[in-house]
Write a protein that binds this ligand. Structure first.
Ligand code: ATP
Ligand code: MG
Length: 618
C-alpha cells in the first residue's frame, strides 16, 4: 500500500465514523508565539481543545504536516524524521476512550490488516501521590477486543502521560500502539525496552485539568496577614468538563511497516531522493576512510534535512540567525556538512529539493508554486555557507594553532558560523588537541544568556491566548484592510507573528511605504478603533464566504465550513464595512477595546514583501 492510499484510507475510515476531514494546518503556527513549528496534529486545534466551538463540529480528522527539531539527533535511525505527517482524529467533548480505542484497533487490524500477533500496547500506570488511578479502563477495552494481557504494559508519566507545556491546563493519560519489526516471531510478552517494538500510534485522553490546590484559602491567609508556609506550589488534578480525544499516527512509519521495509527511508516518500543522492550527487569514487554505515547515515540525514527545509521554505521563512530562520539555516547547513562526508563537490541542496517537490506535488499541490523561491533560497544559503567555511578555514590557518582551546572553537563557531564538527575534523586532520568540554561550557554560557528570550518557544502544548495577543490579532485584520485602502492594491497577508509585545505583519508590496502612507494607515486603523465597531463572527461554507468577499490567504487550505470575522458599523444593514476575513480567531468583541495603534517599523522582508511592526498603546 502506498502512503497516498494509507492517508486516504485513514481519512475515509474516520469520515465514516462521523468525522469531518480538515486540511493540514500551516507548519508555522498561526498567532501562537509559544512554539516555532507545528509538532503534532493537535497543535492547530488548541483553541478547540480548550473549549472553543469548531465550525465543523466535534469530530475531526486530518493529516498534519509536522516538524520536530527535538528529534534531530535521532534522525538517521529507522523511524525518526524532522518533517513527517501525522494522521489524527479528534473528539472535542464527544466520544471518549471506548470509541477511540475500538476505532484505532479496527483501523489497524481490519483496514490495514495488521495481524494482532504483531501489536502491543501501553497504558498509564497511575500515580498515587496525585490521586490518578491506573488506566484500567483503557486496558479493559483493549482486552475486550482480544488483546492478550501480556501484550499490555502499564507505564508511568514519562511514557504514557500527556501534559501541558505550562504548569496548569488540560492533560491526561494516553495509550500507545506498537508494532513488532523484528525478523523472528514477536515474543508473547511485550517488553517496551526492546527496540524492535516501534511506536506507531498514540491515543491521548484529555480528561484532567491540572490546577493549583487550595489557592483560595492561601489567598485568604495572605489577606488576613497569616503566615502561609512557603512550600512548593501544590497542584491537583480536577476532572475536565469537556473531555477530548487526540490521536496521532506517523504516516511514514506506518507506510514503512505495511510495505515490509525496516526503515522510513525505503518508502516512496524518500526512495527517489535517496537514489538521486546515490546515483547523481554523492561522489563514491575516491577511497575514503568513511564506512558504508556512516555514508548511509549521511545520505539519510541529507534527505531528511533538505525535505524539512523545503517545507519550511514553503512557508516563506528565510534562513537567518533567529528563531525559525535559524532552525532552517541549521538544517540546511547540517545537510551540506554531511555532504562533505559523501565528498560532494558542487551545490546540491536545490537538486534534492526538486525531488522532494516531485514527491509531494500531488498531495500538497501548492508546494509547486513555491518552487522558484525554495530553490533560490537554498542556492543562496549554500553559497553563503561555503563562503563562511572558507573564511573559517583561513582563520584557522592564520591562528596557526598548537592546540584548539574551547574559546577558539567557540570564536570560530560564533563569529564565523563554523560548526564545531568541522573544527573537530580539522583539528583531527592536523593532529591538534581540541578542548571540547571547554567549548561546550562556553556554548552553555552563551545559550543561558539567550534562552531567556526564547524560553518556552520549543515546547509544544496548550498555550492560553492572552488578552493582548487576541487584541493584536484583531488589529492585524484592521491593518490589512487599511493597507488595501490606503495603497489601493490587492494587498495580501504573507505572514503574521504576534507576541504579547507587538504585531509583525508581512504583506506583498514592491516598495518602501512613504511617511505619509504610514501615517494614513495608522489613522485609518485608529479611526476604526475610535468608532467602536463590533467584531462579528459567522460560520458559513467556504464558497459562500468567498462570494461574500471575505479575504482569504492564498497559501492556506480551508475546510468546507469556515469562520468569517466581520468588522462593520452596522452589520444588519451591511453599512460601514471595515474588514471581512476568513479566520479561525479568536478575536475581541469590539474595536473600542484596542487603544492607540502605532507602526514602529516598516522594512523589507524579502523581495516583493514588506514587513510592518506595530503596537497598541494605552
Ligand atoms: P517516539 O517515542 O518514537 O519518538 P513519540 O512518543 O515522540 O514517538 P508521539 O509524540 O506520540 O510520538 O507522536 C505520535 C506518532 O507520531 C508516533 O506514534 C509516531 O508514529 C509519529 N512520530 C513521532 N515522532 C516522529 C518522528 N520524529 N518522525 C516520524 N514519525 C514520528
Ligand atoms: Mg519522540
Amino acid at each position: 500500500m502506498k502512503a497516498n492510499e494509507i492517508r486516504k484510507k485513514y481519512l475515509e475510515f474516520f469520515e465514516k465514523k462521523g468525522h469531518k476531514i480538515i486540511p493540514s494546518g500551516s507548519l508555522v503556527p498561526q498567532n501562537d508565539p509559544t512554539v516555532l513549528f507545528t509538532t503534532a496534529g493537535m497543535h492547530p486545534l488548541v483553541p478547540y481543545l480548550l473549549g472553543e466551538k469548531h465550525p465543523l463540529g466535534n469530530r475531526l480528522c486530518n493529516s498534519q504536516k509536522c516538524i520536530r527539531t527535538g528529534d534531530v539527533d535521532e534522525v538517521g535511525d529507522n523511524t525518526h524524521l524532522t518533517f513527517f505527517e501525522m494522521l489524527g482524529n479528534w473528539s472535542l467533548g464527544d466520544y471518549f476512550k471506548k470509541e477511540a480505542i475500538e476505532w484505532s484497533f479496527q483501523f489497524l487490524t481490519e483496514e490495514l490488516k495488521i495481524p494482532l500477533q504483531k501489536l502491543a500496547f501501553s497504558v498509564f500506570e497511575g500515580e498515587k501521590e496525585n490521586n490518578i488511578p491506573r488506566d484500567e479502563e483503557a486496558a479493559q477495552i483493549w482486552q475486550g477486543l482480544g488483546v492478550k494481557p501480556e501484550r499490555i504494559v502499564f507505564l508511568g508519566r514519562e511514557d504514557n502521560w500527556w501534559g501541558p507545556a505550562g504548569k496548569t491546563g488540560p492533560c491526561g493519560p494516553d495509550t500507545e500502539m506498537f508494532y513488532w519489526v523484528g525478523q523472528e516471531k514477536a515474543p508473547d510478552a511485550f517488553d517496551p525496552s526492546d527496540k524492535r517494538w516501534v511506536e506507531i500510534w498514540n491515543d491521548v485522553f484529555m480528561q484532567y485539568n491540572r490546577q493549583i490546590k487550595n489557592q483560595k484559602s492561601k489567598i485568604k491567609n495572605i489577606n488576613q496577614g497569616l503566615k502561609t508556609e512557603n512550600k512548593k506550589e501544590e497542584y491537583e488534578f480536577a476532572t475536565l468538563k469537556q473531555k477530548n480525544v487526540d490521536t496521532g499516527m506517523g504516516l511514514e512509519r506506518i507506510t514503512a511497516i505495511l510495505q515490509g521495509k525496516d526503515n522510513v527511508f525505503e518508502t516512496e516518500l524518500f526512495e527517489p531522493i535517496i537514489s538521486k543522492i546515490k546515483s547523481q550527487i554523492a561522489n563514491f569514487k575516491s577511497k575514503s576512510q568513511i564506512s558504508n554505515i556512516e555514508k548511509e547515515k549521511a545520505i539519510r540525514i541529507i534527505a531528511d534535512h533538505v525535505k524539512a527545509a523545503v517545507f519550511i521554505l514553503f512557508e516563506r521563512v528565510e534562513p537567518s540567525n533567529t528563531e525559525r530562520g535559524y532552525i532552517l539555516r541549521r538544517l540546511i547547513r547540517r545537510a551540506i556538512r554531511y555532504g562533505k562526508i559523501l565528498e560532494i563537490q558542487k551545490n546540491f541542496t536545490s537538486e534534492i529539493a526538486k525531488e522532494v517537490i516531485k514527491i509531494y506535488k500531488d498531495t500538497y499541490s501548492e508546494i509547486q508554486e513555491g518552487e522558484n523561491y525554495i530553490l533560490k533560497e537554498l542556492n543562496k544559503e549554500e553559497e553563503a555557507f561555503n563562503k563562511t567555511v572558507e573564511r573559517g578555514l583561513k582563520e584557522f590557518e592564520r591562528l596557526s594553532l598548537r592546540e584548539v582551546s574551547g574559546e577558539t572553537a567557540f570564536l570560530l563557531y560564533q563569529s564565523y558560523g563554523f560548526p564545531i564538527e568541522m573544527t573537530q575534523e580539522l583539528a583531527k586532520e592536523k593532529g591538534l588537541e581540541l578542548d571540547l568540554v571547554r567549548f561546550k561550557e562556553e556554548l552553555k554560557k552563551h545559550q543561558a544568556l539567550s534562552r531567556t528570550a526564547t524560553a518556552g518557544q520549543f515546547k509544544a502544548g496548550l498555550s492560553d491566548n492572552s488578552e493582548q495577543t487576541t487584541k493584536y490579532h484583531t488589529t492585524t485584520h484592521l491593518l490589512l484592510a487599511a493597507l488595501r485602502d490606503v495603497l489601493k492594491k490587492p494587498i495580501e497577508q504573507r505572514g503574521s507573528n504576534i507576541t504579547a509585545e507587538r504585531i509583525r505583519f508581512d504583506f506583498n508590496f514592491e516598495r518602501k511605504l512613504t511617511q505619509e502612507e504610514i501615517r494614513m494607515v495608522e489613522s485609518w486603523v485608529n479611526d476604526k478603533i475610535k468608532e467602536g465597531l463590533p467584531v462579528i463572527c459567522q460560520e458559513m461554507p467556504l464558497d459562500k464566504a468567498v462570494e461574500k468577499g471575505a479575504l482569504a490567504s492564498f497559501r492556506e487550505k480551508y475546510p468546507e465550513i469556515v469562520k468569517v470575522y466581520t468588522i462593520c458599523k452596522d452589520f444588519n444593514k451591511n453599512e460601514g464595512l471595515a474588514s471581512c476575513e476568513i479566520c479561525s480567531g479568536p478575536h475581541i468583541k469590539n474595536t473600542a477595546e484596542l487603544g492607540n495603534f502605532k507602526i514602529i517599523k516598516e522594512e523589507s522582508s524579502s523581495s516583493g514583501v514588506r514587513r510592518i511592526k506595530a503596537v497598541l498603546q494605552e
